[in-house]
Design a protein around this ligand. Structure first.
Ligand SMILES: Cc1ncc(C[n+]2csc(CCOP(=O)(O)OP(=O)(O)O)c2C)c(N)n1
Length: 578
């Protein structure tokens, strides 16, 4: 067993099914080792995609997603995706190749200080120095990724730890002492032999152990009791549930829904929690959240910080009592001091709260009616706007149709600006863990990787990649990956020949669209060039038919790109993008 095999044995014991990668000489043994363990190796066209895909797997399964990238530029190419995972609190394990330990700092290919680069962005950042440390270091990394506030980890695996000893001996030019021709050569050989002995000491002893799920951060009973009392007395409660409430993966979502039903307060869902209650649910409200928060007397923030998405806490009325359920102390207290902070897993805290409360509190009926009326009014407004006709395809009409034709198992991936923000108001995720967006880092370019991860985890589901035309540019080459790995993904490109979300503010404030203009590019041909299918949609009358064709193609494992030429829309006018 060489070091690559040892790493693969840990991945297998941790329940990892996919390893995302872009190859490089420094990591070959990890890839062959993974394949030998039955782990599916998915080779992509950009290292960032590998990490985005691992991130999606983590979010959808609750098991850390894993990517392996080669030393130097392979590793540096992942920084944005790793930062995105950190801010989205997603448990990703990144394995980085590195120069052989003995060549460090001696001018070897791709030798940079990778630890300094990653340390600020990950929960654990370790460089392994001996073969026998590979297994325990990686096991610690998996645990760290999931514990407390989940997040990415980085393990650097120098190449001389990955091959068997004989190969490494040859690689670094170590010979038998008798072969040394001079005194300096003899000294060098002694040094190399000592180094090798250190690197390989005890190498055979490491055995991967079964996955350890870190202990759940749970709440103090008195804190739950106080929060329950606040909720019990509330007349206008609102619960906002965010991504962190779903980090434990699909096994917990049914219990979470039951808890919300038992609590019985109106619910707004955000981030990865979208879809938790299905597309329609008596407790689910989708529109006019700001008005609801302003009028609420008790607001429960379950895994939701008071960041820019809640206008730094200003969306919540000044007199409202805030209950913050969060694994992160700093997120729980961000910008507003909560009446009751519960620093624990928000899903578990909601379950505990539900147990404390009396069910069926119909005192809330007038409040719910008020919110429902507003929700319906907004929905009707949108439906009305969706009937508008234009020469090209009005985005609201596209999404109204999509909302009708989505399969119940659909996963929606959002990568873009105005196009995907419009989708988020008009196209409802169908079930738990069926919506993927970058999260608070707002990273464009997540789409292809997220879609790859989603389609692998849910091979029978429809995976819809909603792509702004600008954002599509980051990942179009991954159509090649979709095709090579038989991933029937439906990419819908909102082609407005613009980085519209930015153009909107820039033109209004500065009177100039410089830097924001694109072309009405034939993106469908790019997909065809990579071996996928391409459809063009210019006429609203053809939306149904085109989406049906796309679904049929994807169902037959053909990735398809629908290039939708959008009519201009002011649906997003006035929304802030900073
Ligand atoms: C990596 C990255 N670069 C730039 C931005 C800034 N940004 C936010 S939205 C946006 C426009 C997105 O354009 P597009 O994908 O075409 O969607 P549209 O707004 O046109 O619907 C840009 C450039 C960002 N969020 N992330």
């Amino acid at each position: 067993m060489h070091g690559g095999d040892l790493i693969a044995s840990v991945l297998a014991r941790q329940g990892v099914e996919f390893l995302f990668t872009l190859c490089g000489g420094h990591i070959s043994p990890i890839l062959t080792g993974a394949k030998a363990q039955g782990i599916r190796v998915i080779d992509v066209r950009h290292e960032a995609t590998a990490v985005f895909a691992a991130d999606a797997v983590a979010r959808l399964t609750g098991v850390p997603g894993v990517a392996a990238v080669t030393a130097g530029p392979g590793v540096t190419n992942t920084i944005t995706a790793i930062k995105n995972a950190q801010l989205a609190q997603s448990p990703v394990v990144l394995l980085g190749g590195a120069t052989a330990t003995i060549l460090r700092g001696r001018g070897a290919l791709q030798d940079i200080d990778q630890m300094a680069l990653f340390a600020p962005h990950v929960k654990l950042c370790e460089s392994v120095g001996r073969v026998k440390d590979l297994v325990p270091t990686l096991e610690r990394a998996f645990e760290a990724a999931l514990s407390g506030v989940p997040g990415p980890v980085f393990v650097e695996c120098p190449v001389d730890l990955l091959y068997d000893e004989a190969t490494v001996r040859e690689m670094i030019g170590a010979k038998a002492a008798s072969e040394a021709k001079s005194l300096p050569d003899m000294a060098l050989q002694l040094y190399l032999r000592a180094h090798l002995a250190r690197v390989f000491a005890g190498a055979g002893k490491a055995v991967a152990r079964a996955r350890v799920v870190p202990e759940l951060p749970t709440a103090f009973p008195h804190a739950i009791a106080r929060a329950a009392k606040l909720l019990q007395g509330a007349e206008r409660p609102v619960i906002v549930v965010g991504s962190q409430a779903t980090v434990r993966g699909p096994q917990e979502t049914a219990r979470l829904r039951d808890a919300l039903e038992r609590i019985g307060a109106p619910v707004y869902l955000s981030g990865m929690a979208r879809g938790l209650l299905g597309a329609r649910h008596p407790l689910l409200y989708r529109h006019k959240r700001t008005a609801a928060l302003r009028e609420a007397d008790v607001v429960v923030l379950a895994g939701v910080p008071n960041d820019f998405r809640l206008n730094y806490g200003l969306h919540i009325g000044r007199k409202a009592k805030i209950v913050a359920l969060n694994r992160s102390e700093s997120d729980a207290r961000k910008n507003r001091r909560p009446t009751q902070a519960i620093i624990a897993d928000p899903c578990e805290s909601l379950l505990s709260l539900a147990r404390e409360l009396d069910a069926g509190r119909d005192v809330l009926a007038p409040w719910k009616d008020r919110l429902r009326t507003r929700d319906r009014e907004r929905e009707q407004e949108i439906e009305q706007q969706a009937t508008a006709t234009a020469e090209l395809v009005p985005p609201l009409r596209l999404f109204a149709t999509m909302d009708r034709v989505l399969a119940d198992d659909s996963v929606l991936v959002a990568d873009g600006g105005d196009f995907v923000a419009t989708a988020s108001y008009t196209t409802a995720p169908r079930g738990p863990l069926s919506w993927l967006d970058p999260g608070v880092f707002g990273t464009l370019g997540v789409g292809a990787g997220f879609a790859i991860g989603a389609k692998l985890v849910r091979p029978d589901a429809e995976v819809w990649l909603l792509w702004g035309d600008g954002s599509a540019g980051y990942g179009l080459a991954e159509f090649d990956t979709f095709v090579r790995h038989g991933l029937g993904i439906i990419a819908v490109v909102g082609n407005d020949a613009s980085w519209a979300q930015i153009a909107r503010d820039q033109v209004t404030l500065l009177g100039d669209d410089i830097g924001t203009v694109l072309r009405r590019t034939a993106y469908e041909k790019v997909a065809e060039g990579f071996g996928g299918a391409g459809l063009e949609l210019r006429d609203a009358a053809a939306i149904d038919d085109t989406l049906a064709r796309a679904k049929a193609l994807a169902g037959a494992h053909t990735p398809v790109l629908v290039n939708v030429h959008l009519a201009s829309s002011d649906f997003r006018k006035g929304s802030i993008s900073m």
